[in-house]
Design a protein around this ligand. Structure first.
Ligand code: F3S
Length: 389
């Protein structure tokens, strides 16, 4: 591949991986079974990114393993309803076409594990998208580094990744025990907990926590937690006894920190700086919603009318199940939008809204940092009430 026997795109991809391997001291390349590619929204890629992708596609780049895509900057089938302008839509469609030409499955979701890209325990994979990386390593027990868009695409085109970081046992050992003494029920609680632990790890200079005291966590709670701890602490892997698969094979480190209810409440309060009167944008679906969450939303919105712009974001296949079940019709009859392929962070909405209400700590972070919005973090049902006020 490196010598060009498989074409110029494959050679370029292998050059990227060899350079990465040299930087990180990898001894060899590993075969991967699954790839998740980020860097899909034209809002993030710009013209340079589009040209890079088009050149790889024109150079004969073809995926060698299952590769799926992160959210794009718009709903691919219904972008006009989101107020996306035509030029942006045309460039975004070129990005998606370049990926499709290379054989990347254009799922456009940050929860590929809900729509058929579901690696098993111990599999070596190459995923970008920090929340999905954390979910893959911690919850599924697969092995991936936090890939960037180009390195994930390079892994897809070669079926290889350099062996370093979280592919190796020694880097998956916990370095700090975190003892949680807080009530955790809602996604917003898990998001606030992710913020506390993420920031604590940064202060301690630790990367992999062993988290005790979390007795129950649903799939949805875990995807929220993964998104938050990855955002606030750059965390790619954690262990939770009784919940994540590798925890049983490991011992808690002696060095311990305690997280109390007050810590979680303080984190939550730090993300609540908007009043109801200021909120003009409501969004659920960061990370993308499961079909269970959409069913819950349909029940909450049945016969109601929203008063604010309300985006409910999910993967296209999940949306199709919602269509079949009649959930989409109920949700859209309320005035809310059930949106596929994108989210409130990667869509080009800077300057359109003043304040966001959401149940996602990650969405709060980016609403403030990227879109200069004030934020309101609330439990799922209360976010819906906010949209109805
Ligand atoms: Fe997914 Fe967008 Fe949140 S990519 S994790 S919904 S910021």
């Amino acid at each position: 591949m490196l010598h060009g026997a498989h074409g110029s795109a494959t050679r370029k991809a292998m050059e990227i991986l060899v350079a990465l391997g040299a930087i990180y001291g990898a001894r060899r390349m590993l075969p991967v079974t699954s790839v998740q590619i980020a860097g899909v929204s034209y809002d993030n890629l710009g013209q340079a990114g589009l040209e890079f992708l088009s050149a790889l596609a024109a150079g004969g780049g073809r995926t060698r393993v299952l590769a799926t895509l992160n959210p794009a900057g718009m709903d691919i089938e219904n972008w006009a309803a989101l107020g996306i302008d035509e030029r942006f839509a045309a460039d975004q469609e070129r990005v998606i076409a370049a990926f499709a030409q290379m054989g990347v499955v254009t799922t456009c979701t940050c929860t590929p594990y809900l729509v058929g890209n579901l690696p098993r325990f111990g599999e070596h994979i190459a995923w970008a998208e920090s929340s999905a990386v954390c979910y893959a390593n911690a919850v599924l027990g697969a092995r991936t580094n936090r890939e960037g868009g180009p390195s994930a695409l390079a892994a897809a085109l070669t079926g290889r990744t350099p062996e370093y970081g979280y592919h190796l046992d020694e880097n998956r050992q916990p370095e700090l025990t975190v003892r949680v003494r807080a009530r955790l029920a809602e996604n917003s609680d898990f998001g606030a907990l992710g913020q506390v632990i993420g920031e604590q790890l940064q202060m301690e200079g630790a990367r992999v926590p062993y988290i005790e005291g979390v007795e129950q966590a649903s799939l949805e709670n875990l995807k929220s937690f993964c998104a938050s701890i990855a955002t606030y602490g750059g965390v790619a892997l954690f262990h939770m006894p009784g919940i994540t698969p590798e925890a049983a094979l490991l011992s808690p480190p002696q060095k311990t920190v305690v997280v109390n209810q007050e810590d979680v409440d303080r984190a939550s309060a730090s993300l609540n700086n908007a009043t109801s009167a200021e909120v003009d944008f409501v969004s659920l679906g960061c990370p993308h919603l499961s079909i269970g969450e959409i069913a819950r939303l349909a029940a909450l919105l049945a016969g109601q009318r929203v008063t604010k712009e309300f985006w409910i974001t999910t993967a296209r296949p999940t949306r199709q199940i919602a269509d079949r079940m009649g959930y989409t019709q109920i949700i859209e009859a309320s005035g809310a939008r059930l949106v596929a392929d994108t989210c409130c962070v990667v869509a080009p909405i800077r300057g359109r809204f003043r304040a966001l209400a959401t149940d996602s700590a990650k969405a709060c972070y980016y609403a403030a940092a990227k879109n200069h919005c004030r934020t309101m973090l609330r439990p799922f049902d209360e976010v819906v009430l906010e949209a109805l006020k």
